[in-house]
Design a protein around this ligand. Structure first.
Ligand SMILES: Nc1nc2c(c(=O)[nH]1)N[C@H]1C(S)=C(S)[C@@H](COP(=O)(O)O)O[C@H]1N2
Ligand SMILES: [Mo]
Length: 237
């Protein structure tokens, strides 16, 4: 994604990936520059960096704040409210006690990288909305992140799809902080930027969904893989 400045996270992850710390090698800044130039097509485009050594090694880790927020499962809570009959808050234990759904699907970033067959477990967003009871006139759903900056949104119809989940498990483990855990959104049919990390709240609106972080910066709100942002990726089943 087009980010102007390189973030501390990007740099740390980048250096980690090269294994510099582990090898105990001290590089001159020239060598570092050379390596960064080598990876420039990726780092310049993605801004917040890349990683192949982190838990699920096939992803790149993104954070627009240049920070990786972290919250334990015991400290975590999810707020659901807005244009609903009964707003509520769920602890991690309460969320994971709800009927769950497992999806094994690709994760595709609009910048081009794709991770095949990622196993996610979570609760259907539609079930969480039903539990709150959306009021007549509800139109959109806004997601906020406890990174304090990122937001995303969906139309109510999109939010009710069965392949849109509030995920708490990825590849058999509680979602790591890097990947936006302990709870993040996973919008399977859309590009990765819809899948808000470090999910803090879900707010139903009686207005059309407001633009999210990347949408204000020019990306499509209806971010269907292969049918938006001028891309022709072929979605897989
Ligand atoms: N809070 C937050 N959520 C976010 C982002 C972010 O920077 N901050 N980046 C988005 C983008 S562009 C992508 S591709 C995915 C990346 O998920 P990952 O870091 O687990 O690979 O998270 C999405 N959700
Ligand atoms: Mo992305």
């Amino acid at each position: 994604m087009p980010i102007e400045r390189s973030s501390p996270v990007g740099r740390r992850v980048f250096l980690g990936m090269l294994g510099l710390g582990a090898a105990g090698i001290v590089w001159g800044s020239k060598a570092q520059d050379a390596m960064e130039k080598l990876f420039a097509p990726i780092t310049a485009k993605d801004g917040t960096g890349l990683s192949s050594l982190l838990p699920v090694g096939r992803f790149r880790i993104y954070s627009v704040t240049g920070d990786l927020p972290s919250r334990s499962t015991t400290a975590y809570s999810l707020k659901v409210g807005g244009h609903v009959d009964s707003p509520y808050t769920l602890s991690f234990a309460e969320l994971t006690a709800m009927p769950s759904l497992q999806l094994t699907k690709d994760f595709q970033c609009v910048t081009g990288w794709r991770v095949h067959d990622v196993k996610w477990t979570g609760v259907r967003l539609g079930d969480l909305l039903d539990k709150a009871g959306t009021k007549p006139g509800a139109r959109g759903v806004v997601f906020t992140s406890f990174d304090g900056e990122y937001t995303e949104s969906l139309t109510l119809e999109q939010a009710r799809r069965s392949d849109v989940i509030v995920a708490y498990d990825m590849e058999g483990h509680v979602i790591s902080s890097d990947h936006g855990g302990p709870v993040r959104l996973y919008v399977a049919p859309m590009y990765g930027y819809k899948s808000c990390k470090w999910l803090d709240s879900i707010q139903v609106t009686d207005t059309p969904p407001p633009s999210g972080y990347w949408e204000v910066r020019g990306y499509d709100a209806d971010a269907w893989v292969g049918k938006s942002n001028g891309r022709d990726d072929t979605p897989t089943a």
